[in-house]
Design a protein around this ligand. Structure first.
Ligand code: PLP
Length: 224
């Protein structure tokens, strides 16, 4: 199947309201162009330098999403153009994004990354850390960031019941935060970014609004 065919068959399988983030990390410009030609506009990258280089060579109406761990000293490179940062995992990082957004005279949309997987290798905040951020005075002063929801990655396992449970847990935290923290200028949670190639169907079933799909579109990644 071609990239175009894979995108259209994916999209047939889920509701129009779910945003498809085509995760293009490690794949060349030509692959992104093929997806662009069939109307795909949202692309996800996990490395700052790769995203910057690709963005310079591709059409400016692409919406670039940063999905991987972000170091504070690299925020400045993506601040001028990034559409959504999925991986905010500390108040310190959020503060830096706010500062760089202000310098670029824009508001940057962000998701708080929540740790839901069993493995401790995955980055993210736990429920109480999220609540601490949302309740803090500092957060209220961040005028150049807008938290539009949460992101999470399930454990990499064949155990469907476990993956479903982890997605459920994230959805219920999302609902709870929506309930406990009324929306403000910089807290407008509508998006729940969960689901990748192996588990996007489960994620959508559990309330995902945004799936990040790489290998199902572009094929296996070659890290060599
Ligand atoms: C690589 C990556 C994906 C996409 O993974 P696939 O299994 O190829 O779909 C999704 N989310 C994050 C955070 C990633 O790093």
């Amino acid at each position: 199947m071609s990239i175009a065919e894979r995108i259209s068959s994916l999209k047939e399988g889920f509701p129009k309201s779910v945003t498809l983030v085509a995760v293009s990390k490690t794949h060349p410009i030509e692959a992104i162009q093929k997806a662009y030609e069939v109307g795909q506009r949202v692309f996800g990258e996990n490395k700052v330098q790769e995203m910057v280089e690709k963005s310079e060579q591709l059409p400016t109406d692409i919406k670039w999403h940063l999905i991987g761990h972000l170091q504070t000293n690299k925020v400045k490179y993506i601040a001028p153009f990034v559409t959504l940062i999925h991986s905010i995992d500390s108040e310190k990082l959020l503060k830096e994004v706010n500062k760089r957004a202000r310098q670029n005279d824009r508001i940057i949309d962000c998701l708080l990354q929540i740790h839901i997987a069993e493995e401790d290798t995955k980055f993210g905040l736990n429920a109480s850390e999220v609540m601490d951020i949302l309740a803090s005075d500092k957060f209220m002063e961040f005028e150049n960031v807008r938290i539009v929801g949460l992101m999470g990655m399930a454990t990499f396992t064949d155990d469907e019941a476990q993956v479903r449970r982890e997605f459920q847990q994230l959805k219920s935290l999302f609902d709870q935060l929506n309930n406990d923290f009324p929306s403000t200028e910089n807290w407008q949670p509508t998006e729940l970014s969960m689901g990748m190639s192996g588990d996007y169907e489960l994620a959508i079933e559990q309330g995902s609004t945004m799936v990040r799909v790489g290998s199902k579109i572009f094929g296996a990644r070659d890290y060599s």
